[in-house]
Design a protein around this ligand. Structure first.
Ligand SMILES: Cc1ncc(COP(=O)(O)O)c(C=O)c1O
Length: 456
């Protein structure tokens, strides 16, 4: 395949034209934005929902589709940052939640639903004990407490360039700029935004993904101070970077050898890439698993799975795991319906096949136009990565991914009726509602982009 030369002037012109189109299509969103900025920073509830010049404000969703306040219809590949694998307004989940509404929405006392969900997570992920939270952030926060509480050590290790939510212990080296990274074998701990005490930031050290030797070297040096290693088993916040063959097994062995608790942050991979997430898919069981997003079918919940040894520390009050809304009956009703009736084991094969068709179609377009890009996908998750060489870690993402092409592709998608996550680091998430027509909409948008970018 000959790789096309990308004409930067052309990209700039296309970007300007598509931005103009975006502005023209989203007048009602612009007006909503003007109102929203008067009461919310950037006019959004969470900074991840922001984009230039303003976000698309959503009116409603059904199945694979969402409609914005201008009445534009989109096929949704954003899917609420990877949450809505069940499709929007899923009737099965809706029915379960509505039934619970009539039976009371909150007790802060355990209900049967929480036991059913804990049993199902036990079955899927193979860890024996589970507790509930209200978000991915809370899940990873509890995981860090568990690792530190169990080991009596303070230092945490994480993977450079990974996001695990917005609490202090993990807001370190999330998306550090190239000049702040330091040496690859001794990376700098870079706070993710202001408000992070230096002393806390320094307690979290990062290591590169996909490099067991680098991890071994750090553990040989400071292993006796390290409480836990928190990692996404497949990185999903810098597009998708799967683990190299054997890497996770080596990580498991090394952490066990040094008494370091291994935390798989499956907030994105859990319940999307297999029934039992990455833990099932890659066949490596960590000490702690964190879940949220797709696990609760569009309701704000999460969970932490743990070994019996760790659960004993929670049970005897050594490690405090709390939350007024933990195991909320509405969230549990949604999670139970999602996990036992909608995202059943056979559904994952279907999601995988649908994803494969979309990935193959995108790869054909890449090949026929000579785009400097490749496709990556796992389960319901996939993406086109605008890099001519494969990525293995965050430093590749910073140096190899073409931000201009990624941004322009996002604009093409949005302007062609494909709802996608703003920013260059995300991936698409399929739901059970996506059909051939939906895939075709994506493929046509991508084809238009490829044709215009390469001039053919
Ligand atoms: C891997 C990972 N962990 C944790 C989180 C935090 O989850 P939440 O936004 O529910 O707090 C995210 C959010 O995107 C994530 O991608």
């Amino acid at each position: 395949m000959t790789v096309a030369t990308i004409d930067r002037k052309r990209i700039a012109e296309l970007t300007e034209a598509e931005q103009e189109r975006y502005r023209n299509r989203t007048g009602a969103s612009a007006r909503t934005y003007e109102r929203a900025v008067k009461s919310m920073p950037n006019g959004v509830p969470s900074s991840f929902q922001s984009n230039e010049p303003w976000p698309v404000y959503v009116d409603r969703g059904e199945g694979s589709r969402v409609w914005d306040v201008d009445g534009n219809e989109y096929v949704d590949f954003h899917n609420g940052f990877g949450v809505m694998c069940i499709g929007h307004a899923n009737p099965t989940v809706g029915k379960a939640v509505k039934a619970q509404v009539d039976r009371g929405t909150h007790f802060a006392a355990p209900t049967d639903g929480s036991i059913v969900v804990a049993e199902e997570l036990q079955r899927r992920f193979g860890l024996p004990q589970w507790r509930f939270t209200n978000s991915g952030t809370e899940s990873t926060m509890d995981a860090v407490h568990l690792a530190r509480g169990a080991t009596g050590r303070d230092t945490m290790l994480k993977i450079e360039g990974s996001y695990h939510g917005h609490h202090d212990a993990v807001m370190v080296s999330v998306y550090p700029p190239l000049e702040a990274l330091g040496d690859r074998d001794d990376p700098v701990s870079v706070p993710y935004g202001a408000g992070m005490p230096r002393a806390i930031t320094d307690l979290t050290r990062s290591v590169p993904f996909n490099d067991a030797d680098a991890l071994a070297a750090v553990l040989d040096k400071i292993g006796d101070q390290v409480a836990g290693l928190i990692m996404e088993p497949a990185m999903m916040n810098i597009n998708i970077v799967p683990p190299r063959e054997g890497y996770l097994q080596q990580v498991r062995e090394l952490t066990a050898e040094h008494g370091v608790k291994l935390i798989f942050d499956e907030v994105k991979t859990g319940c999307t890439i297999a029934a039992g997430g990455a833990t099932e898919r890659f066949g490596v069981t960590p000490d702690i698993i964190t879940l949220a997003k797709a696990s609760c079918g569009g309701y704000p919940g999460g969970s932490v799975g743990m070994t019996e040894e760790l659960a004993a520390l929670v049970a005897d009050g050594t490690v405090n795991q709390y939350g007024t809304f933990n195991g909320n009956p509405l969230v549990m009703a949604a999670a139970e319906a999602t996990l036992t009736q909608v995202l059943t084991d056979d559904v994952y094969a279907h999601l995988e096949q649908t994803n494969r068709r979309l990935l193959d179609s995108c790869q054909e377009i890449i090949d026929s136009h000579g785009l400097p890009a490749y496709t990556e996908g796992l389960g319901a998750k996939g993406c086109v990565i605008f890099a001519s060489e494969r990525m293995y870690e965050y430093r590749d993402y910073l140096t190899k991914v073409d931000d201009e092409l990624s941004t322009l592709a996002w604009l093409y998608h949005m302007n062609h009726g494909v709802f996608m996550t703003p920013g260059v680091e995300e991936e698409w998430t399929l739901s059970i509602a996506h059909d051939e027509d939906d895939l075709q909409t994506y493929v046509e948008a991508f084809e238009a982009f490829a044709r215009d970018v390469t001039g053919g």
